[in-house]
Ligand binder design. Structure first.
Ligand code: TEU
Length: 549
């Protein structure tokens, strides 16, 4: 077997702890809940669990606003619960990757409390403080990802602080070496505790374009923040945290706005930065002027985008593969047909994604084909991004509430955050209490128990895909080639390694496929298909097949 890193054959499962399984009836998922589902995850066969943040937090952004990096939020359990989860996961051969959120802290973090207390506090420079401009306005006109300006005036000292996300999420100043060393020390403590790596939240944003903060030239948004010093920061982090532990852990950097050229630099093993990145291009193609402005997906553009990432990272670097996560709508609702062909389209996209080259990420509930939710009123939503956007659009920009709500239905992050649907009992078996956000009303029919009992189980299909990646080097490492790139409904490609050639053909349509396939399947061996009964006939609606040619 080729000497490729272990994570090239691995599949990662993302747990959003708040919405996964509640053990104590407070309506919020917790670590003991996750522990009770390790058997389920072991059956699925995943290699790694990525835990969204479980650190103490005021939960304005569901834990992406961290008050204390060294502990576990009581809502999720204790450090002892965490140690038990890690030990039991390891006993089952499953690794645990933590979320690392160090672009910003919570405004309730002790560092920020000190920093804001006076202009001469030793931690003043740990965050981005700037005096108002002459007219009292913010230092520049950057806007935050969660609506409104990226600067908030703090009364204590009369200066503004920078926050690229909510005002409760002040940005750390990575130019300050003390900040960097504090973060590295914290990371080492978690590794010493037994965790197997980090998913690094918006890690490319830690490097600011400082000349834009202080200069006349201004612009809005996150795009202006990836400063060139990012590579130095990540290389330094690698030296300080991971040196001597090579091969044991996994690092994935979440990087909004990252290009293929950047990604090659970030993930080239010789540069020792991160193992892989989460890019955003393929999940931005169906947005218009902003993220809530949902426009129809150009399927040919999606194929060509993913194919460009495959080619771009073929020689150096490595891809991560995802179609949804806790920030994105459910893949079956976005890319498939979540009504008539829910199971077929969920499994089609699973086959297509998992047969790309890279490390696949499964977001909780994806493995049973969970769908978006459409709550009737904004009252039912909890996500700070959706709520801020709704308020701004309706109150400031006078948009019709129904059209803003339509955007939230299509793109809101709560689509992914309704509780995991385990069974048909009340609240889908997620909690015995009142869930913090309502369960998707489709849970009586759509849940893990009914899925696994059905003859067309999405879970079972994912299980086969994961097993295939473990067994087959061509699936893990083979070269990718897109076929029929401009076909409007066919997703077809090959993966080749040595003498083995695998081919995927997938009919991304409610109609049967008409015409010729770009590969000769007459003598090919069918390895996996998403319809229960085989046929060498044309592809049926949302049918996907994997052949060995
Ligand atoms: O997300 C960063 C990010 O750029 C987006 O996906 C973001 O969620 C938003 O939708 C932009 O429109 C990361 C986390 O994944 C997200 O949950 C956090 O809210 C955010 O960073 C801040 O920590």
């Amino acid at each position: 077997r080729a000497a490729a890193p272990w994570w090239t054959r691995a599949v990662v499962y993302q747990v959003y702890p708040r919405s996964f399984a509640d053990s104590d009836g407070d309506g919020i998922g917790d670590l003991a809940g996750i522990r009770s589902k390790l058997g389920y995850l072991a059956d699925l066969g995943v290699d790694v669990i990525w835990l969204s943040p479980v650190y103490p937090s005021p939960q304005h952004d569901n834990g992406y606003d961290i008050r204390d990096y060294e502990d576990i939020d009581p809502v999720f359990g204790s450090l002892a619960d965490f140690d038990e989860l890690v030990a039991e996961a390891h006993a089952r051969g499953i690794r645990i990757v933590m979320d690392l959120v160090v672009n910003h802290t919570s405004d309730e973090h002790a560092w920020f409390a000190e920093s804001r207390s006076s202009t001469s506090n030793p931690k003043r420079d740990w965050y981005w403080w700037r005096a108002p401009r002459e007219d009292g306005s913010a230092p520049n006109d950057w806007t935050s990802a969660f609506s409104g300006p990226a600067w908030t005036l703090d009364e204590t000292t009369g200066e503004y602080y920078l926050h690229l996300f909510a005002k409760q999420q002040p940005d750390l100043n990575w130019e300050n070496p003390e900040v960097r060393q504090a973060v590295y020390a914290m990371m080492r403590r978690w590794l010493d505790r037994g965790v197997d790596g980090f998913r690094m939240d918006v890690i490319n944003l830690i490097a600011k374009r400082t000349e834009l903060i202080d200069g006349e030239e201004r612009g809005s948004g996150l795009g202006f923040t990836m400063g060139p010093q990012i590579h130095d920061f990540l290389q330094e982090m690698h030296r300080e945290v991971f040196a001597g532990r090579e091969g044991e852990y996994l690092t994935v950097g979440e990087m909004p706005g990252v290009s293929i050229e950047d990604a090659v630099l970030f993930t080239d093993p010789a540069r020792a930065e991160v193992d892989m990145v989460f890019q955003f291009e393929h999940v931005s193609l169906d947005s218009g002027s902003h993220k809530f402005d949902a426009i129809p997906l150009d399927f040919v553009a999606l194929k060509s985008n993913l194919a460009r990432w495959q080619a771009g990272l073929a020689e150096r670097g490595w891809n991560s593969l995802y179609l949804n996560n806790h920030d994105q709508p459910r893949l079956v609702s976005r890319f498939g047909n979540d009504a008539e062909y829910r199971v077929e389209s969920a499994t089609l996209w699973a086959l297509v994604l998992h047969l790309h080259r890279g490390t696949p990420y499964i977001y909780q509930g994806e493995e049973i084909g969970m769908t978006n939710v459409r709550f009737e009123s904004i009252e039912h939503y909890r996500d700070i991004e959706s709520l801020n956007h709704y308020r701004e659009a309706v109150e400031q920009f006078d948009q019709a509430p129904s059209s803003v709500l339509a955007g939230v239905h299509a793109r809101g992050r709560d689509n992914a955050r309704t509780p995991m649907q385990w069974d048909a009992t009340e609240h889908a078996g997620f909690t015995t209490g009142t869930p913090w956000i309502a369960v998707n009303p489709n849970y009586p029919e759509l849940n893990a128990e009914s899925d696994r009992a059905s003859g067309m189980s999405v879970f079972d299909f994912y299980r086969k895909l994961i097993a295939l990646r473990h067994e087959n080097d061509t699936v893990a490492l083979g070269a990718f080639e897109l076929l029929a790139p401009s076909h409007p409904t066919l997703y077809a490609f090959t993966r080749s390694r040595g003498s083995e050639v695998l081919a995927v053909v997938a009919n991304v349509s409610d109609q049967p496929f008409e015409g010729d396939l770009p590969v000769d399947i007459a003598a090919a061996e069918l390895l996996l298909g998403n319809y229960p009964v085989e046929a060498d006939t044309p592809l049926r609606p949302w049918e996907a097949r994997l052949y060995r040619l």
